[in-house]
Design a protein around this ligand. Structure first.
Ligand code: PXG
Length: 462
């Protein structure tokens, strides 16, 4: 602790001086602010002594769980040796060299080169600039348009929010920037229930084909997508979707960017989401699970084909980089974190053990009257809340209130879930034990019961 200020003092100071991300500041009362004080494993504690199960792994990032002293020690040792130096001007250092080597070992075979930053947002900014520069180098300067999907999340910087497909973000500050086109998302429960899931998956994928033809293949630089849309509400595509996208990409001369900021580092039961869906990206955006959030870091994995173009003697300088590209302490945190994931076989654990274990129990929540659909892949899942699961044609209106109500009950019950519209999301640390998974599901069920009781009291459900 930095001081012995009371919780009320901390809340008042927070309200007076701290602008929170993605927050309606006028509506956030000081008393609502929860001061988190410590964390261990999958557990968080607040300043009032409440213990909560961290069902969101921080913000989809703490793969190895909280409080791992190996990472703390690696960072401490690195900071006392070399806390900071840059990687411009022909300099390098061992942490970034070892991290690059390790990523080459862990990523799919087409990736041997990595560019570093501090976040997923700046990784996607880097990718947008590299994609366009790649086609310039190839003598195809007209290929500049990037195709993305509605309701995608690719970050909050100008390029990240433009690539993303969040209408509410675009409505603020004049986004997207030119040269970005958004197509359908494969969100069957939300948008596709007039069709069978696989039929809808094919139709959503063919929107890519339509967009490439509408823009003109000679003007399209790339398609960017999350394997599973995370912030958009854990949109797990129908089984038919990625095979059809693969077919289209194989026929077209455009680059493919897999945004692995949430799906990377074991979340889906493979090291990367593109392996779960057998796609062959030219770029991957990496962040979050790269360091499990212990320090900020992001990276861009660049395929051999693209890296070769940038290595071409005629390519010239790529005018791009960040002060903290390959930060030594962040690199040390990433190395220690990745060794834990690799050596403790956490990816295999998600695929073969805790993933199937939690999924079975999570899907069983669909028997609750409030749950229209329960879905999960690896350790990422959602519950779609509806007024009556016997009549899926009805949703709550206005959208979002019931999700937030349920989210608040969940916190009070000691489980952190995230609300997206009227769905509840989980993406717990990959070290979740069976007993903790049981507890998570029990707390989620209590949350559904509490939400149902409150809605009934207000006459909002039958
Ligand atoms: N791509 C994806 C797929 C993401 O999920 C980013 C890029 C941007 O990463 P940075 O490190 O710049 O935040 C993300 C981030 C939420 C939430 O509430 C999700 C993210 C970030 C903050 C909040 O679901 N995802």
């Amino acid at each position: 602790m930095l001081s012995n200020r009371s919780t009320d003092d901390l809340r008042a100071l927070d309200a007076a001086h701290h602008l929170h991300p993605f927050t309606d500041h006028g509506a956030l009362a000081p008393a609502e602010r929860r001061i988190i004080t410590r964390a261990d494993g999958v557990w968080l504690w607040d300043s009032e002594g409440n213990r909560m199960l961290d069902g969101m792994a921080g913000l989809w990032c703490v793969q190895v769980g909280h409080g791992r002293q190996e990472i703390v020690e690696a960072v401490r040792a690195q900071m006392s040796e070399l806390a900071y130096y840059n990687t411009f001007f022909k300099t390098s250092h061992e942490p970034v060299i070892e991290l690059s080597r390790l990523l080459a070992e862990l990523t799919p075979p087409q990736f041997e080169m990595f560019f570093f930053g501090s976040s997923g947002s700046d990784a996607n900014d880097t990718i947008l600039r590299m994609v366009r520069t790649y086609w310039d180098i190839m003598g195809r300067p007209d290929k500049k348009t990037v195709i993305s999907r509605r309701n995608a999340y690719h970050g909050s910087t100008v390029a990240g929010a433009s690539l993303g497909g969040m209408a509410a973000m675009h409505a603020q500050s004049g986004l997207p920037i030119p040269g970005i086109v958004h197509i359908a998302q494969p969100y069957w429960f939300g948008e596709g229930r007039h069709m069978a899931p696989d039929e809808f998956g094919i139709a959503a994928a063919r929107d890519l084909e339509r967009a490439i033809d509408a823009v003109g293949e000679d003007k399209v630089a790339a398609f960017i997508a999350e394997p599973i849309q995370g912030a958009g509400g854990v949109v797990i595509p129908p089984d038919s979707y990625w095979p059809e996208i693969r077919r289209i990409l194989a026929e077209r001369d455009i680059l493919f960017v897999s945004d692995e900021v949430i799906c990377g580092f074991g979340r889906t039961g493979q090291w990367f989401g593109c392996e779960t869906y057998a796609t062959q990206p030219d770029f991957m955006a990496l962040a979050k699970g790269l360091t499990s959030g212990y320090l900020p870091a992001g990276a861009v994995a660049v395929s051999r084909r693209v890296a070769a173009a940038f290595h071409d003697s005629g390519a010239g300088e790529f005018f791009h980089g960040y002060t903290y590209s390959g930060h030594p302490a962040s690199s040390a945190a990433a190395i220690a974190n990745l060794r834990i994931i690799r050596d403790e076989k956490l990816v295999e654990r998600v695929r073969e053990d805790i993933g199937p274990y939690l999924r079975e129990r999570w899907l069983a929540l669909a028997d609750h009257v409030l749950v229209g659909e329960a879905r999960m892949t690896g350790l990422i899942g959602a519950l779609e809340l509806v007024p009556d699961n016997a009549d899926l044609s009805r949703r709550f209106a206005p959208v979002g209130q019931v999700g937030t109500l349920a989210r608040d009950f969940s916190f009070r019950n000691g489980l952190v879930m995230r609300a997206v519209r009227d769905s509840l999301i989980i993406a717990p640390p990959l070290v979740l034990s069976h007993a903790e998974a049981d507890e998570l599901v029990a707390l989620a069920r209590r949350t559904l019961d509490d939400t149902w009781a409150a809605l009934k009291r207000d006459g909002r459900v039958r």
